[in-house]
Write a protein that binds this ligand. Structure first.
Ligand SMILES: [Zn+2]
Length: 411
C-alpha cells in the first residue's frame, strides 16, 4: 500500500447508537417505514443533515433531493464519495442503506478526531428513493437521475396510491437544491448483504465484484377450458399444467446454468381458477438474474426455449412479454482489490461475490470507479423487521470503508 502507515478505526458504539436513533424514525408495530418523501423520510433527512452539520460538512442537495455532506480536501479535486440511502421499504429493518450512510459519517468523524486531512475532498451521500416502494418509478431513482439515466420529466406521471406524483412529492419535500451534479473521483458503498452467503462461508466482509443482470418476463399460456369430469386426460390442453411444468423446468435450468444464476417464478395465475374446470389460460412471471453477461444471455434464450417446449408438450400456445431488463455492473478491479486488501490488513476474512440485489453503486459505476463492501446479514434476512447484523460485523465493515476511503482520498 503506497503511503499508508496508519489504520484508523471508527467509534463502533457511536455508529451503533446512531443506527438505533435513525431506526426509531418511522417505527411502527412491525419494523419502521420511511417511504421516499413521506414525513418519516423527511424526518430522517433532517436528522442526517443535522449530523452532517455537526461534523462540519458542507451540506449540498441537488435538484433530485440527493443529499451529500462535503469535507474539503487539501486540493480542489473531484471527491471520493461514500454512501447509500436512508429511505426504506414497508416494515423494514434498520440496516439496509442506513448502515452505509451512517458509516460514512462515522468515517468522517474518525478522520476529524484523528486530525487527518486528505488530498481529495470526501463526500457522504444519501440518494433519494432507492427502494422505490411508494411510486411506480422503479428503484434507485435518485442515483439514476444523477447519472442521467432518466430525466425528471419522466417522473411527472409516476404516482403513489393517493395520486401524488414523484415530482410533486419532490417539490413538497423542501430538499431540492441547486448544487451542481456531483462528479465523483470514485464511489464506495457499504451495505448489508441481504442474503446468506457470507454467513454460510464464515466470511466477515463481502468484496462485491458487481451487480447481477436482471430480467423479468411474463409468459401467457393459451389452452382450452373444459369440464374437469367429462373431458379425458389425453385430450386436454391444460394451460395451468403447462405453466406448472414450465416452473419445474425453469428451476432445473437455473441449476444447469450455474454460476450463481437464480430463476424465480414468483407470480402464477390461472383462469378460470375453479376447482372443476381445466385451466384455459395461465400467466407465469419469470425473474432471471445472473452476474456473467454470457450466462445471462444464454439463460434468457434457454428460458424461453424451455417454456415453449413445455407448452408444446401439453398442446398449449404460449406468448412472452419482456417486463424489465436491468443491466448489472462489473465494478472496477482496482476498487475491489482495494476492498479485499484493506479487509486483509484489518485481519478480516473476506469473500468475493456479486450482489444479487440492485444498489445505487451499479448506477454510480457508470460515472466513476466503484465498488461495494458487504457485511453479513443474519440468516440472510432483509426487507423485514428481522433484518439483523451484529454490532461487531457492522463496525468491521465500517472500518474497511474508513481505511479504503483514506487510501482513495490520498490517491
Ligand atoms: Zn439498500
Amino acid at each position: 500500500m503506497k503511503g499508508r502507515f496508519l489504520m484508523l478505526r471508527v467509534n463502533g458504539q457511536r455508529l451503533w447508537d446512531n443506527l438505533n436513533e435513525m431506526g426509531r424514525i418511522g417505527a411502527g408495530e412491525r419494523g419502521r417505514t420511511r417511504l421516499a418523501f413521506t414525513d418519516e423520510d423527511l424526518e430522517a433527512r433532517r436528522l442526517l443533515v443535522r449530523w452532517m452539520e455537526e461534523l462540519g460538512l458542507e451540506v449540498h442537495t441537488d435538484p433530485y433531493a440527493n443529499i451529500w455532506g462535503l469535507r474539503a480536501g487539501r486540493e480542489e479535486l473531484p471527491p471520493i464519495v461514500v454512501g447509500s440511502h436512508i429511505d426504506t421499504v414497508r416494515e423494514a429493518g434498520m440496516f439496509d442503506g442506513v448502515l452505509g450512510v451512517l458509516s460514512g459519517l462515522e468515517a468522517v468523524r474518525a478522520l476529524n478526531e484523528a486530525g487527518v486531512s486528505t488530498r481529495r475532498p470526501v463526500a457522504v451521500i444519501s440518494f433519494s428513493d432507492e427502494e422505490g416502494g411508494r411510486f411506480s418509478a422503479g428503484t434507485m431513482t435518485g442515483s439514476r437521475l444523477m447519472a442521467g439515466c432518466i430525466q425528471l420529466e419522466e417522473l411527472a406521471e409516476k404516482r403513489d396510491q393517493r395520486g401524488v406524483s414523484w415530482l410533486e412529492a419532490l417539490e413538497r419535500s423542501g430538499f431540492t437544491g441547486s448544487s451542481s451534479i456531483l462528479r465523483p473521483h470514485a464511489y464506495l458503498e457499504y451495505h448489508i448483504e441481504q442474503g446468506p452467503v457470507l454467513c454460510d462461508k464464515g466470511a466477515r466482509i463481502g468484496v462485491v465484484e458487481g451487480v447481477v443482470n436482471l430480467s423479468w418476463m411474463r409468459f401467457t399460456f393459451y389452452g382450452q377450458a373444459n369440464h374437469a369430469g367429462a373431458f379425458p386426460m389425453e385430450r386436454r390442453r391444460d394451460a395451468g399444467l403447462a405453466a406448472s411444468s414450465a416452473t419445474v423446468a425453469l428451476n432445473r435450468l437455473a441449476f444447469e446454468l450455474g454460476a450463481g444464476t437464480v430463476i424465480t417464478s414468483g407470480q402464477a395465475l390461472q383462469e378460470p381458477n375453479l376447482p372443476n374446470i381445466v385451466p384455459g389460460r395461465a400467466v407465469l412471471t419469470v425473474d432471471l438474474r445472473s452476474f456473467k453477461e454470457e450466462v445471462f444471455a444464454s439463460g434468457l434464450a434457454r428460458a424461453e426455449a424451455v417454456v415453449e417446449e413445455e407448452a408444446a408438450r401439453h398442446g398449449v400456445e404460449v406468448s412472452v412479454e419482456l417486463l424489465t431488463r436491468l443491466e448489472g455492473a462489473v465494478f472496477a478491479r482496482e476498487m475491489t482489490e482495494l476492498v479485499e486488501r484493506t479487509a486483509g490488513a484489518l485481519d478480516l476474512s473476506s469473500w468475493r461475490m456479486p450482489s444479487g440485489a440492485g444498489h445505487d453503486a451499479q448506477i454510480m459505476s457508470r460515472l466513476c470507479p466503484t465498488a461495494m463492501i458487504f457485511c453479513p446479514s443474519e440468516e440472510g434476512r432483509s426487507h423485514c423487521p428481522e433484518e439483523f447484523t451484529s454490532q461487531e460485523d457492522a463496525v468491521a465493515g465500517a472500518d474497511v470503508l474508513l481505511n479504503c476511503l483514506l487510501e482513495l482520498a490520498e490517491d
